[in-house]
Design a binder for this molecule. Structure first.
Ligand SMILES: Cc1cc2nc3c(=O)[nH]c(=O)nc-3n(C[C@H](O)[C@H](O)[C@H](O)COP(=O)(O)OP(=O)(O)OC[C@H]3O[C@@H](n4cnc5c(N)ncnc54)[C@H](O)[C@@H]3O)c2cc1C
Length: 403
């Protein structure tokens, strides 16, 4: 019987892990199933562009995985039972059929990513728009299209996503009054050069910045802050970080308080060795013993690491030991401007930063490269398909035979 590998989620990390496993292992030995709720690969790093009215290239997963040996399953994951080693999925629409089904695995790769994080602030669920998902970005796009000249859009959150959203919307709709509310100072983690450039671009685009302000409520036409400020908002865009889906938390897996699966350096669950977690769903300790932040930049190497570790363990090969580190933060500021902030291995800004149009082009290449790496998960390395050793397979099935 072939070793059954199920990968949950075909975002950046799940798609890369599935593709890389398929190139590392032989089809006679493993059955790889990739489960995803949507039929397309979604470039999440471009959701602010989608919201601002740009059209993104369609990337059907069926085309991306044609001929790879990865079986694509369009369905919504509703539960995982790590003791019985099963996943429950519900059909999505006509393509996937109706009803629920249980899928059994020998090895699971959990890559369900994250969604927006309303952080329990009153009114967010009812009134705020999010851009962490494609449906959310499309909803905002449709709302922005209906706004009249002079109406106010307030972006809450001064992190990378907030900066990108505010500038993208302001550039696409110069007739709107765009504001950003940040808990700290504008880009206060950046180098002096980075901060200065950010202020210049925000000024040029006419974005009002409310600094050192904590939003405590969202209404239909305003946001209120802990400092007592009432900011008019025809539309509020909420970008204060991401939250993982509650599925892992409902299992026996060891998770953090945020619901991320705790993994070792090979992305293997510390509590359940049959389970690997990658991307936003995983709590990975990076350089300086700091958790990796939820990002494509650090998520992609976690997918390489997990796939290579699974392949190594199945084939008796050498375990990967590649430290995951940061190099830069690539921030788009609309289509014409950008900021590449160089950072230390543990993500702290150094003096050097690239700005202006060159930075915008660089960022565009990074986004293209991220999508390219999904379709090319071995990154140019020769695809050495290795045989799962008989001993390894036998040992694994002996360990995992259901009681
Ligand atoms: C607007 C925006 C801009 C960003 N810009 C950057 C950037 O410049 N650089 C950077 O490094 N990071 C950026 N990020 C963060 C980056 O997009 C995420 O960290 C990255 O997508 C995480 O990858 P992932 O594979 O873990 O999850 P995802 O890409 O979210 O993929 C998860 C997949 O799981 C599927 N899924 C979820 N739940 C279920 C379910 N129950 N059943 C079946 N399928 C399910 C989803 O449909 C999706 O395909 C940005 C994010 C946003 C929203």
């Amino acid at each position: 019987m072939r070793h059954r590998i199920i990968v949950l989620g075909a975002g950046y990390t799940g798609a890369i892990a599935a593709g890389r496993l398929a190139r590392r292992l032989r089809r006679e030995d493993v059955a790889i199933t990739l489960v995803n709720a949507e039929p397309d690969f979604v470039e999440r790093v471009r959701m602010h562009q989608l919201a601002a009215g740009q059209d993104l290239k369609p990337r059907p997963l069926s085309e991306m995985f044609a001929g790879t040996g990865v079986e694509l399953r369009l369905a919504r994951v509703t539960g995982v039972d790590v003791d019985r080693r099963t996943v429950t999925v519900a059909g999505t629409g006509t393509e996937a059929g109706a009803g629920t089904e249980e899928l059994a695995y020998d090895t699971l790769v959990y890559a369900l990513g994250s969604g927006w994080n309303a952080q329990g602030v009153p009114g967010t669920a009812e009134h705020a728009y999010e851009i962490a998902s494609r449906p959310g970005a499309l909803r905002l796009r449709e709302r922005l299209a209906r706004l009249d000249t002079g109406q106010t859009v307030v972006v809450v959150g001064g992190g990378l996503t907030g900066l990108e959203a505010a500038t993208e919307i302001a550039e696409a709709r110069p007739d709107l009054d765009v504001a950003l509310v940040a808990r700290g100072g504008l880009g206060d983690w950046l180098s002096p050069k980075g901060r200065e450039h950010l202020r210049k671009v925000f000024g040029k685009l006419g974005i009002t910045v409310h600094e050192h302000a904590v939003v405590t409520g969202v209404g239909a036409d305003r946001v209120t802050t802990a400092e007592g400020e009432v900011i008019p908002a025809a539309v509020t865009v909420w970008t204060t970080g991401f939250a993982v889906h509650p599925i892992a938390e409902a299992t026996a897996l060891e998770v953090t308080g945020t619901g991320q699966i705790v993994v070792d350096g090979t992305m293997r669950s510390v509590s359940h060795p049959d389970v690997y977690a990658v991307g936003d769903a995983a709590m990975v300790t990076g350089p300086g013993d700091k958790p990796l932040r939820m990002s494509c930049a650090s998520g992609t190497p976690t997918a390489w690491q997990a796939a290579d570790a699974i392949a190594a363990r199945l084939t008796g090969g050498k375990l990967p030991d590649v430290p995951i580190r940061y190099f830069n933060q690539c921030i788009s500021l609309g289509r014409k401007e950008g900021l590449i902030q160089y950072v230390t291995a543990d993500d702290r800004a150094v003096r050097a930063a690239l700005t202006g149009r060159l930075a915008a082009v660089y960022k565009e290449l990074v986004c293209k490269g991220a999508a390219w790496s999904v379709a090319n998960p071995t990154l140019g390395l020769p695809a050495r398909r290795r045989r799962v050793t008989r001993e390894e397979a036998a040992a694994r099935s002996a360990v995992k035979a259901p009681a």
